[in-house]
Design a protein around this ligand. Structure first.
Ligand SMILES: Cc1cc2nc3c(=O)[nH]c(=O)nc-3n(C[C@H](O)[C@H](O)[C@H](O)COP(=O)(O)OP(=O)(O)OC[C@H]3O[C@@H](n4cnc5c(N)ncnc54)[C@H](O)[C@@H]3O)c2cc1C
Length: 465
């Protein structure tokens, strides 16, 4: 009898298992694939960032090195090597998780986990054999899969999801991206930087629509420079593939239908919770009408000894959100009283410039009727950004008009994915814009732009603009 069985080894599951083991609980983890790490490490966060880094190097070599005084000849992409390096990065990471399981004395069971009852899980292995294991507590961390539209037939050859886009055999001539969200913009950037024409069809009126509107607008400007074309407020009605050609039809809201032809279509309209084969009902675990496992504020399901975390439950589909929930549930099971501040889970888009955000958007503050003030600082005015030729973008700080407390920080620019951590710390400690304005930021760094935006929000007293 285990104290804890975790089903799924993504960032939610493996972190929950480690924390449970740290707390002295006898722990097992079940993973249906042969490698650990889930979507994030195998076909998500890590491989996409590896290709984003490689393609950004190429793009800089082709477009900015000359200005830096570095001349190259015969520059070309070796896609096979680029994908091989990405595979190696993935391997290092998934092997690392294997090591962590061993180090923490967590039993790893490979196979599909399905409930027999609320304390028993059957593990069906690839060779047809199966075993049953028992646990006092069970954590469902089965994650998500790419979503599609009912009329789209994903052939995974020309009409692809993010998983296939991470292992292309050629650089598309014309990649059509359905969905202007995070994954579409990141993977569109990978191939756009290497010469693909990229057309984005998005139903909403802006890119990355869940983020502050300013971010979507600025990102669109930067991606336009990369050669992207955009069809916003367009509803895709048909996707067809014939030989090497794909056709996407979309309605533009005035009843007109446009037709875009390319050689690959990336369907990136979001992800859906994954519970196939889990047999949740045998344990009395309820799903909601969106297919998510229903949980209360303790992430406990309708069966009191079973918890669920990560992409398979409500909330942002992000690796670090899943990790926080993994730690939270392990601590709840151990009798502790942990807390997660969901408002302070940052969101990041790893395009270039990067987009990063935490707290409320301007649109949300307006909707809530909160009186706020805004401070902005463009990277164009940053000495560090000029030195590195990364002047696109800005930092936007939203602070309470009366108390000056920072309510939201939205950044688009160089290395904002890393910079946003300062905003998270500030907001976790309920800092005011003036607090940040009075703290020394090393010069020259991109982080000065955050301080300047806070100065701008305090009394409109940014120094360098
Ligand atoms: C292309 C791409 C890029 C991304 N980039 C980022 C990023 O940069 N930052 C970020 O925060 N997020 C990113 N994400 C999202 C991130 O990958 C997910 O939010 C995260 O992986 C969710 O973690 P999880 O533990 O809930 O589930 P998952 O990582 O999906 O893991 C679930 C695991 O459970 C296993 N499983 C499922 N059912 C069973 C079963 N019945 N028995 C046994 N095992 C089972 C699956 O095989 C899988 O390994 C990206 C996603 C994609 C697709």
């Amino acid at each position: 009898m285990y104290d804890v069985i975790v089903i799924g080894s993504g960032p939610g599951g493996y972190v929950a298992a480690i924390r449970a083991a740290q707390l002295g609980l006898k722990t097992a983890i079940i993973e249906k694939y042969s490698t650990l790490g889930g979507t994030c490490l195998n076909v998500g966060c890590i491989p996409s960032k590896a290709l984003l880094d490689s393609s950004e190097h190429y793009h800089n070599a082709a477009h900015t090195f000359k200005t830096h005084g570095i001349n190259l000849s015969n520059l070309k992409v070796d896609l096979k090597q680029m994908i091989a390096r990405k595979d190696d990065v993935v391997k290092q990471n998934v092997d690392g998780i294997q090591f962590l399981m061993k180090k923490n004395k967590i039993d790893v069971h490979h196979g599909l986990g399905s409930f027999v009852d609320a304390t028993t899980v059957k593990v069906s292995k690839e060779d047809g054999k199966s075993e049953e294991i028992k646990g006092k507590n069970i954590i469902i961390a089965t994650g998500s899969k790419p979503a599609s539209l009912p009329f789209i037939k994903l052939d995974k050859d020309r009409i692809i999801t993010s998983t296939e886009a991470l292992k292309m055999k050629e650089i598309p001539k014309h990649l059509i991206v359905i969905g202007g969200g995070v994954i579409g913009m990141e993977l569109g950037s990978v191939y756009g930087r290497m010469g693909s024409k990229v057309s984005v069809v998005e139903y909403m009126d802006s890119l990355i629509p869940s983020m502050d509107k300013t971010m979507g607008k600025e990102l669109q400007k930067s991606l336009k420079k990369l050669g992207f074309e955009f069809f916003l407020k367009h509803k895709v009605t048909a996707v067809e593939s014939k030989g090497k050609e794909v056709t996407v039809k979309a309605e533009n809201g005035k009843g007109e239908t446009i037709e875009i032809k390319g050689d690959y279509v990336l369907v990136s309209i979001g992800r859906k919770p994954y519970t196939d084969g889990l047999n949740a009902e045998a344990a009395g675990v309820k799903l909601n009408d969106r297919g998510q496992v229903e949980v209360n504020e303790h992430l406990q399901t309708s069966a009191s000894n079973i918890y669920a975390i990560g992409d398979v439950v409500k909330g942002a589909m992000l690796a670090h959100k899943a990790e926080e929930e993994g730690v939270f549930v392990a601590e709840v099971i151990a009798g502790q009283k942990p807390h997660i501040n969901y408002n302070l889970i940052p969101g990041v888009v790893y395009t270039w410039p990067e987009v990063a955000s935490v707290g409320f958007t301007e649109e949300q503050l307006k909707e809530k009727g909160v009186k706020y003030k805004t401070g902005k600082f463009p990277f164009m005015a940053s000495g560090r950004a000029r030195a590195s030729m990364d002047t696109d973008g800005l930092v936007k700080v939203l602070a309470d008009s009366e108390t000056d407390e920072i309510l939201g920080v939205h950044m688009i620019g160089p290395r904002t994915a890393d910079m946003i951590a300062e905003a998270v710390v500030a907001m976790e400690y309920r800092a005011s814009a003036e607090d940040i304005s009075r703290m020394s930021h090393a010069h020259p760094t991109y982080t000065e732009a955050f301080k300047e935006a806070c100065l701008a929000a305090t009394e409109n007293r940014a120094l360098h603009i």
